[in-house]
Design a protein around this ligand. Structure first.
Ligand code: HXC
Length: 516
């Protein structure tokens, strides 16, 4: 019979239990984790949260599996750490899978912990951040683990649009496990140590005969450059977690929360005269749209999302007069800024995120149209382009649009035009708002003159003089004002202030049917 402990011993026992839980899978496995260049789950939490802000729950939870001698292998916490804490003083919830405990694999109990913290985040209304590092379903448990995954997916779906959800992939994430991050708002990956795929290289070899490494199939570069599944890739755990902190700073805590505001020393009325010469005189010459964004936002601080995917469109967060704003901008440096399948999907998802969380959207437009070609048409550019149109059309947040140069054809309509309930639509004097560019237009309406170079040039000049300007659109009120480029920041600041209490609702519906 065990002897009754005195009070001091009871307290010490708690400390002992905590210490043992904190060691996870033990020193050998911690060393193996470090040898791979990875931090442990607890070290990651330390980097992610403000010092001493972490409140841990379910530290003593255990799995209930008895098969395969599992009842002899019990590790408190069961491979996932859950809790709440703060990032720069603002509440967040998190779970961090511990690869040193059964490879971070998901058991029934492990899934229950993730669900518990997600429910807490939903109740308390603050973002949930998942640090994923897991060998997938706990093989010893089988179907119980599968059920656990589905429970997590269901909560991801319910939380979507209510609280921001961020997934950080810091190790393996394979099979059905990829679908929880896929539902979340942002996926951040660590280069060389994380991968995501539905089926791994061995299965791929068996089924399709393709030989591919895990990194090539689903590494951070693959997903941030080729597939667009992930949003951001960083060199190591510390950098990734620091950048997640920076991202969280821009995000509201939930869908009814105030937009975060940060004190800054950038004059809201600042003129930026260098913008007056940003657009080159030659309409076919590109310029870097990043320059306009950086010179517009507070202190040049722009947090770009998906910077390496569909670079013909730029999306990301900045602050205007201290408050978060979502920016969407065509990038003339890539594919002349044309819209295509990938850029439409990328921007549509971003616009919808902003609308979910009441973040105003500023759109900078320089778009010659949709990218032509069989690969685009076969790839469904009609349906994907419609996503962006749909996203802008349903968004009820303040929308300010500035056309810097080209706004041609359907792409003019799509890019947050007045007709899609743009609140303030401005154009620079260099804007050309037309059905298409002058030379394309002349080739169609003056087809009989083709071959007579002199005449074609004259017609093109005539067309350009008549239509390559913002004033025809301004005469119709499609453009609210033609503004000086150097005044862009000031006009946005005033516009957003004017729109602060904007009220606009869509007709009642269960939900919409965006073309997926
Ligand atoms: C139980 C697991 C495990 C798992 C790893 N481990 N995966 N335990 N269930 N799924 C354990 C290992 O036994 C080992 O235990 C420790 O974790 C570390 O694993 P290693 O193999 O030594 O590590 P590494 O070489 O880095 O390889 C990592 C790995 C590999 C690539 C993840 O372990 C692996 O392929 N695991 C199996 C992956 C898998 O098939 N999962 C099921 C997928 S199906 P010790 O005691 O030695 O430290 C799935 C369905 C989800 O997930 C469906 C949702 C709808």
């Amino acid at each position: 019979m065990s002897k009754k402990l005195n009070q001091q011993e009871i307290l010490e026992q708690l400390e002992e239990k905590r210490k043992s839980a904190r060691t996870g899978g033990g020193e050998r496995r911690i060393a193996a984790q470090h040898a791979k260049g990875k931090l442990t789950a607890r070290e990651r939490i330390e980097v992610l949260l403000d010092p001493n802000s972490f409140e841990e729950y379910d530290m003593f939870k255990e799995h209930r599996c008895t098969d395969f001698d599992m009842d002899k292998q019990i590790i408190a916490g069961d491979g996932v750490i859950i809790g709440s804490g703060t990032i720069n003083g603002r509440l967040v919830f998190l779970y961090a899978q511990d690869f040193t405990v059964f490879g971070g694999s998901l058991s029934e109990a492990h899934a229950e912990k993730i669900c518990k913290i997600m429910k807490m985040a939903l109740t308390a209304r603050a973002p949930i951040i998942g640090l994923n590092d897991s060998g997938g379903a706990r093989i010893q448990e089988g179907v119980a683990a599968l059920g656990g995954y589905a429970d997590v997916f269901q909560l991801n779906v319910l939380a979507s649009g209510v609280i921001p959800q961020i997934s950080v992939i810091m190790g393996p994430c394979a099979g059905g496990a990829v679908y929880s991050p896929a539902i979340t708002d942002f996926i951040v990956m660590v280069k060389d140590s994380s991968f995501m795929f539905v089926t791994g290289p061995d299965v791929v070899k068996t089924v399709t005969n393709e030989v591919v490494s895990a990194e090539e199939l689903g590494g951070a570069v693959t997903h941030t450059v080729k597939s667009g599944v992930a949003d951001l890739a960083f060199d190591n755990d510390v950098e990734a977690l620091e950048e997640v902190r920076r991202l969280v700073d821009f995000l509201p805590l939930h869908n009814k929360a105030e937009i975060p505001s940060r004190q800054n020393f950038d004059d809201p009325m600042r003129d930026q005269f260098s913008l007056d010469t940003l657009v080159p005189e030659n309409p076919n010459k590109p310029y870097d749209m990043h320059e306009l964004i950086q010179k517009t936002v507070d202190e040049g601080d722009f947090y770009e999302i998906q910077p390496d995917f569909a670079k013909n469109i730029i999306v990301g967060f900045g602050r205007i007069d201290g408050k978060t704003v979502g920016f969407v901008a065509n990038q003339p440096m890539v594919l002349a800024g044309c819209l295509d399948v990938d850029s439409s999907k990328k921007a549509a998802r971003f616009v919808r995120f902003c609308d979910c969380f009441s973040i105003p959207i500023v759109t900078f437009v320089d778009v010659p149209g949709f990218l032509p070609g069989t690969s685009q048409e076969y790839g469904g550019v009609i349906k994907h382009g419609a996503k962006l149109l749909f996203a802008y059309g349903e968004a009820t947040v303040p929308k300010i649009t500035i056309i810097t140069r080209k706004a041609y054809g359907g792409a003019y309509d799509v890019m947050a035009s007045k007709h899609l309930r743009g609140d303030l639509n401005f154009a620079w004097p260099t804007a050309e708002i037309a059905v298409m560019g002058a030379s394309g237009a002349v080739e169609i309406i003056f087809r009989t003159d083709i071959g007579d170079d002199e005449k074609i040039k004259q017609r093109t000049d005539e067309y350009a003089a008549k239509f390559a300007s913002p004033f025809i659109a301004a005469k119709r009120g499609y453009i609210d004002d033609v503004i000086m480029p150097h005044a862009t920041r000031r006009r946005i600041v005033r516009g957003l202030k004017m729109l602060r209490h904007k009220e606009l609702t869509n007709p009642w519906k269960k939900h919409d049917n965006i073309p997926l």
